[in-house]
Design a protein around this ligand. Structure first.
Ligand code: KIV
Ligand code: ZN
Length: 533
């Protein structure tokens, strides 16, 4: 393939640069499919703006047919992030049928650079057992639906779902049909995370060699992490000719997750020569900031040993390592922490800090709040300053995430009191306020104080919810540290199925943070029941 061969990747996009790996971020679509990681509209917009700042080329904003909420989110992202100067492409997912494609187009059409991403499975397992279709039906449907999508939008991506377990020769035929029907990007998903790196690379090489017209489109990798191989497979794909990678922040996604954006980007950056001097458009100094924002808003914590963005990613514990680092950082550090946005200076704010300093600090952390959101956040900051002498960026992160989490609440925590100690059964009394402003109170016992709080909230709301995970983390050091609580609950919906929801909250009182985190998760479940009622 030649460099800059003049191929257009859809609307308003310059010619494909074969020395660039285009970053397609699917945090808001596949990432949000991570159990419990539901985001509200305000959170999606905030993350979308940060992804643009990070420099991603394409944002997959959602699956518009999935629900009215998904449709609204993709539309708003297209109208907001999609209208920035030099904005990312905004993509909307659609199954290969007219209704899905119409819905996707209706949502993404507002973006300066819209894309319809349509998919149909090509593996025999999916065709026979899920879709009950023949291979011929599949070929016909891909031709018709890609061509239909192309009649609406010149930027069309097609994915043969479960490509990793598809018969390669049949998949090549499908890809030829997709190209002839107008697809500009062909995405090759290892949907179930089954492939090994050499196998995934061979699959891409097979496509490069056997699909006429492939030189006119971009080949994309989309890998899942069921065997922990998503990043390795994606990098192997790049070596075999992939020039778009579908990734998520922190690697969140279905089951074991998707390929992690920060891992692929930093592998290409750190081992530039090894990967043939390929570049990305990512501003690597925004990686940590974006990771923290996504973790805070999805209530999905980042494991400390996570590459690049985990708290321990640059922490050297062994004496020999510390000694080496002091003599020359190159001894044990292959990347500088500053390159990915770990700042050594964590300037603090306090009760004398004004609104301007507060707002500037939030902006530098990637939060672009409206005037109303900022007023609310500033009031909460002042209240926090009464309890805590110095407020760090970590405190601010917790404070803002808490504020976004509380949008769309069905119940708000009004008061909470807990009695516990040796020789007595813990008891909690809680008062909640509903959407109409009506108070509801009750009291309950529990095995421990947190259990008593959760039982009490269940009694008041009548919810059939069970706490399955509970994490407390002190945001900073010191006796006045904020407790950041993340909870996962299981809750039955009206369809009889059990769903997982996460909630997160921060407060200087651990039990108050626990009550609010439980309520945040519960509100998501209650909202789902209300929408489907
Ligand atoms: O994993 C997968 O196959 C997908 C497709 C919809 C691209 O997410
Ligand atoms: Zn996927």
């Amino acid at each position: 393939m030649s460099d800059n061969d003049g191929v257009k990747d859809g609307v308003n996009t310059p010619a494909i640069d074969r020395n660039t790996v285009y970053i397609f971020d699917t945090t808001l679509r596949d990432g949000e499919q991570s159990p419990g990681a539901t985001l509200n509209l305000a959170e999606k917009l905030e993350i979308g703006r940060q992804l643009a700042r990070l420099g991603v080329d394409i944002i997959e904003a959602g699956f518009p047919i999935a629900s009215p909420g998904d449709f609204e989110a993709v539309t708003r992202l297209a109208q907001d992030v999609g209208q920035l100067d030099n904005p990312p492409v905004i993509a909307g997912l659609a199954r290969a049928n007219k209704m899905d494609i119409d819905r996707s187009w209706a949502a993404v059409q507002w973006a300066k650079k819209p894309r319809i991403h349509t998919f149909l499975a090509t593996s025999d397992i999916h065709l026979q057992h899920k879709l009950r279709m023949t291979r011929n039906d599949c070929l016909e449907q891909v031709g018709e639906m890609v061509s239909y999508a192309h009649s609406l939008c010149s930027n069309v991506e097609f994915s043969p779902e479960d490509a990793g377990r598809s018969d390669p020769e049949f998949m090549w035929q499908v890809l030829v049909v997709a190209i002839q029907a107008g697809a500009t990007t062909l995405n090759i998903p290892d949907t179930v995370g089954y492939c090994a790196p050499a196998e995934y690379a061979a699959m891409i090489e097979g496509i490069v060699k056997n699909v006429p017209g492939i030189e006119n489109v971009i080949i994309s990798a989309h890998c899942h992490n069921d065997l922990g191989l998503a990043t390795a497979n994606t990098l192997a794909g790049i070596q075999a000719g992939v020039r778009q990678v579908e990734v998520t922040i922190n690697g969140i996604g279905e089951r074991a997750g998707n390929t992690s954006l920060e891992e692929v980007v930093m592998a290409l950056h750190t081992r530039r020569q090894f990967f043939g001097n390929l570049r990305t458009n990512i501003d690597t100094t925004q990686l940590v900031r974006t990771s923290k924002m996504v973790s805070a808003m999805t209530s999905v914590p980042v494991q400390p040993n996570k590459a690049i963005v985990g708290a321990n990613a640059f922490a050297h514990e062994a004496g020999i390592h510390q000694d080496g680092i002091l003599k020359n950082a190159l001894t044990y550090e292959i990347m500088q922490p500053e390159t990915v946005g770990w700042s050594s200076t964590n300037l603090v704010l306090g009760k004398h800090s004004g609104r301007h300093a507060f707002s500037e600090r939030l902006k530098s952390m990637g939060y672009d709040l409206t005037r109303e959101e900022l007023d609310k956040a500033f009031d909460r900051f002042k209240l926090l300053c009464d309890k805590k002498k110095v407020v760090t960026e970590a405190d601010l992160e917790a404070l803002v995430a808490d504020q976004f989490e509380s949008i769309n609440e069905i119940y708000k925590l009004d008061t909470l009191n807990v009695t516990s100690g040796t020789g007595s059964v813990p008891v909690a009394s809680v008062r909640l306020i509903d959407e109409e402003g009506e108070p509801h109170g009750d009291a309950a016992l529990g095995n421990g104080p947190v259990d008593a709080v959760c039982n009490c909230i269940n009694r008041i709301t009548g919810a059939d919810a069970k706490l399955t995970e509970f994490h407390v983390h002190a945001v900073t050091e010191g006796i006045d540290a904020i407790a950041d609580v993340t909870m996962r609950i299981e809750m039955h919906a009206d369809d009889g199925k059990k769903y997982v929801y996460s909630g997160r909250s921060a407060d200087t009182d651990t039990l108050v943070a626990s009550g609010k985190a439980y309520l945040a998760a519960l509100n998501k479940g209650l909202r789902r029941i209300k929408i489907h009622a």
